[in-house]
Design a protein around this ligand. Structure first.
Ligand code: MRU
Length: 378
């Protein structure tokens, strides 16, 4: 991913001191690009909960590095008990994204291979790095598979720009690199295929206006910001060729939980025969749940709806009230898009129908996954 022409990942160990993990504080974007150093598990829990880092893949990687920081803090004499408590606090920091619990569990499994605390710490570090590397690589492959969809649409349009609508930020800022929904877009740019992106603003945290529009600009991809209610109208006008969104959790039956408002876009897409794709690495699959409505939906503070913080035209940071002081708000962070509204899932192994048999055929090893959580036994 590029910022002012320099390549960055969204999370990395400080090369001078591997006990410090570097992140980009996304609360400050698009106005300020600030690298924050995180040195304890508690600080990483705060960074995830308060959304210094966000997006399914990135909070998975952050939880992986956070568990490594916890391993550095854990006393030898009570190592496993300390790590069990740390695991619970990471799991609770954001309850919806599957990648987070998946990463925590993966670190626990890796550390279980040795009884020696020093070796456990080394395993935690190497596994956290592997999680981050895999996340970037899987997103790159999602781009290769998704590019085929864009090429086909482009052919039908005789090379005219392909108009893609996306919701929230499933870009490189939501992962370690490339992004999920944006990976096919970046692959298209690389291959010279013209694309244009409609960016949903994505109230209330405004991941679209603050993050997606910014990162597409940084990457030189044509994009237009729209308010959340505009997508259906554009589809009726024939100005959306396809929708690509990310996912925070996907059941092995193909139901998708993503940022609030995704469901309404899927309904509009169905009504207008617009293909609706969901891009995800396999770490987002929930291999236990059959029904998306069983996935816990995070509710965040009403402040996020009632107030807005940003810089004024003079560059001063301000928080303003958007409603009367007495107004109460309900802030559901995600919703469920049923499999029947989804054209296909773009994964690192290819594009698959959102249905149990096809998903399991693509990931045959997943049959047993998720059934026994090591953490449950600790
Ligand atoms: O609340 P967030 O910003 O962490 O939400 C996650 C998201 O960015 C979206 O739901 C996204 O579309 C999927 S994450 C790859």
């Amino acid at each position: 991913m590029n910022y002012n022409g320099t390549h960055y990942r969204t999370i990395w160990p400080d090369p001078q001191d591997k006990r410090q993990i570097c992140i980009i504080d996304q609360r400050k974007l698009p106005h300020d690009f600030i690298v924050e150093k995180v040195g304890t598990a508690e600080q990483m829990v705060t960074a995830i909960r308060d959304m210094h880092v966000r997006g399914a893949g990135l909070i998975g990687a952050a939880a992986g590095f956070g568990m490594y920081l916890a391993a550095l803090q854990a006393p030898d004499a009570s190592f496993d008990a300390f790590m069990a408590i740390a695991a619970k606090s990471f799991d609770a920091s954001r309850p919806t994204a599957r990648n987070l619990m998946w990463a925590v569990e993966r670190i626990l499994q890796a550390m279980a291979q040795s009884p020696d605390p020093a070796e456990k710490r080394a395993m935690a570090y190497s596994t956290a790095c592997t999680i981050a590397d895999e996340d970037a690589e899987f997103c790159r492959r999602i781009g290769e598979h998704g590019l085929k969809i864009l090429e086909e649409i482009s052919r039908k349009k005789n090379g005219a720009p392909v108009n893609i609508l996306t919701h929230c930020n499933a870009g490189w800022l939501a992962f370690v690199d490339h992004g999920s929904a944006t990976a096919p877009i970046y692959a298209a740019r690389e291959s010279g295929l013209p694309v244009h992106v409609w960016v949903d603003e994505t109230r209330p945290w405004n991941q679209g206006s603050r993050l997606t529009a910014w990162e597409l600009y940084q990457e030189g991809v044509a994009n237009t910001l729209i308010c959340d209610n505009t997508g259906g109208h554009l589809m009726q006008l024939g100005q959306v060729d396809l929708v690509i969104v990310g996912a925070d959790r996907v059941t092995h039956t193909g139901d998708v939980v993503n940022k609030i408002g995704t469901y309404l876009k899927a309904l509009a897409a169905k009504d207008n025969n617009v293909p609706f794709f969901v891009a995800l690495p396999s770490s987002t699959f929930d291999w236990k749940l059959d029904n998306g409505m069983e996935i816990p939906i995070e509710q965040r503070s009403e402040e996020e709806i009632i107030t807005l913080t940003g810089k004024d035209t003079q560059g001063e940071l301000r928080t303003v009230l958007l409603a009367g002081k007495e107004t109460r708000a309900a802030n559901y962070s995600f919703d469920v898009t049923p499999a029947r509204l989804i054209t296909g899932l773009i994964t690192e192994r290819g594009i698959v129908k959102p249905e149990r048999s096809s998903i399991h055929q693509l990931f045959p090893e997943a049959g047993h996954l998720g059934r026994t959580r090591l953490q449950d036994k600790l």
